[in-house]
Design a binder for this molecule. Structure first.
Ligand SMILES: C[S@@+](CC[C@H](N)C(=O)[O-])C[C@H]1O[C@@H](n2cnc3c(N)ncnc32)[C@H](O)[C@@H]1O
Ligand code: SF4
Length: 337
């Protein structure tokens, strides 16, 4: 066995998030605000996107460097044509233990069975409120909550299980929906996870005042449905887990703003045009597409990735509070969270 690949802070490379498109059929106000991502916005041309073969080749190299878990994301991964074919190609890779996807759920009712048949194991669906008015204002394209719930149900029926539901909480926008969501999913086996609204990218006009802290979210739920903390199940787990004292299952809170977890971050991120980012808050990606299309060998590409990981020192979230000046960062819709 070769030694595990570690970065400058002894963090192994364990997870890879692959963005398969920069496009999305939603315009969530905290992610792709319409003022920026409107009709005039220029998305990547399809020739710029990594092909399924290119993605699979990179995934195989990453697995050789220690990656065991791959998450497909976007933009909205289900708007990439035939994405289930990519799932099938990845599912065949030796050494991959976990293959999953984060989706807004809008196309899931149509796609769930094909994804499962292709080898997707489980899925995470983003849902910010059960209140249709609130949800439609947040996705900003008037998409009804009912259809996301249908997608979630279709995923369950197809056997994409366990299913996580991600809710980003923004003060004054959907904080009133926190307890409703908890009640709705309590006792169902779905794992609801609350995410602090983050200052990703440069376009969402983030302010600390808009963040509802994980501690506050836990207090709100605990007052109605008593909770107790659970141990983390593995190193690098980003969610702090709690279980309902009445046996109604568990929830997670992701405190990326108030309690950053850089010290345990084992993730690399690949954008849809093949840029490798070593942090969600990175300003700069490393161009793997140029290597793929420049005829480099597997060995050369692997050595390049290895060098980047060995030099990795990112800990943006821990430094955020000390930051003096704003700096350019990659957009969430570009690398998929
Ligand atoms: C960028 S999306 C991509 C996948 C898919 N379109 C979806 O919404 O699930 C991945 C996750 O990032 C979350 N997200 C986007 N912008 C965020 C922000 N500013 N703060 C916290 N989470 C955010 C979304 O809610 C979603 O759960
Ligand atoms: S969070 Fe997901 S669904 Fe919403 S705009 Fe971003 S990529 Fe699209």
């Amino acid at each position: 066995m070769s030694l595990p690949l570690l970065d400058t802070r002894d963090r192994p490379l364990h997870d890879l998030r692959i963005s398969v498109t920069d496009r999305c059929n939603f315009r969530c106000t905290y992610c792709m605000p319409k003022e920026i991502f409107g009709a005039g916005f220029v998305f990547l041309p399809s020739a710029a996107l990594l092909s399924f073969e290119e993605i699979t080749r990179l995934a195989r190299l990453f697995i050789g460097l220690g990656v065991e878990k791959i998450r497909l994301t976007g933009g909205e991964p289900l708007v990439r044509r035939d994405v289930e074919k990519l799932v099938a190609m990845l599912a065949r890779l030796d050494g991959l233990r976990d293959l999953t996807m984060t989706t807004n759920g809008s196309l899931l009712a149509r796609k769930a069975r094909a994804l499962k048949a292709a080898g997707l194991q489980r899925i995470t669906v983003s849902l910010d409120s059960l209140d249709n008015e609130v949800f439609q204002a947040m996705n900003d394209v008037g998409f009804p909550v009912e259809r996301v719930l249908e997608g979630i149900e279709a995923a369950r029926e197809a056997g994409l299980w366990p299913i996580k539901i991600n809710m980003v909480v923004k003060r004054g926008v959907n904080d009133q929906s926190v307890v409703d969501m908890a009640r709705h999913f309590h006792g169902t086996g779905y794992v609801l996870r609350f995410i602090e609204y983050m200052d990703v990218g440069n376009t969402n006009g983030w302010r600390m005042d808009d963040v509802v802290s994980a501690a506050e979210i836990v207090r709100m739920i605990d007052a109605e449905l008593p909770l107790e903390p659970l141990e983390a199940s593995y190193r690098g787990e980003v969610a702090q887990r709690y279980r309902y004292r009445d046996g109604g299952g568990e929830i997670g809170v992701i405190a990326s703003v108030t309690q950053p977890f850089c010290g345990d971050c084992t993730r690399a991120r690949l954008s849809s045009e093949g840029l490798l980012y070593t942090c969600l808050f990175a300003g700069l990606g490393h161009d793997l597409r140029a290597l793929l299309r420049g005829g480099k060998s597997d060995e050369e590409i692997r050595a390049f990735i290895e060098g980047i990981w060995r030099r990795r020192a990112d800990r943006y979230s821990e430094l955020r509070t000390q930051a003096t000046a704003p700096r350019p960062k990659v957009e969430m819709s570009h690398i998929g969270g």
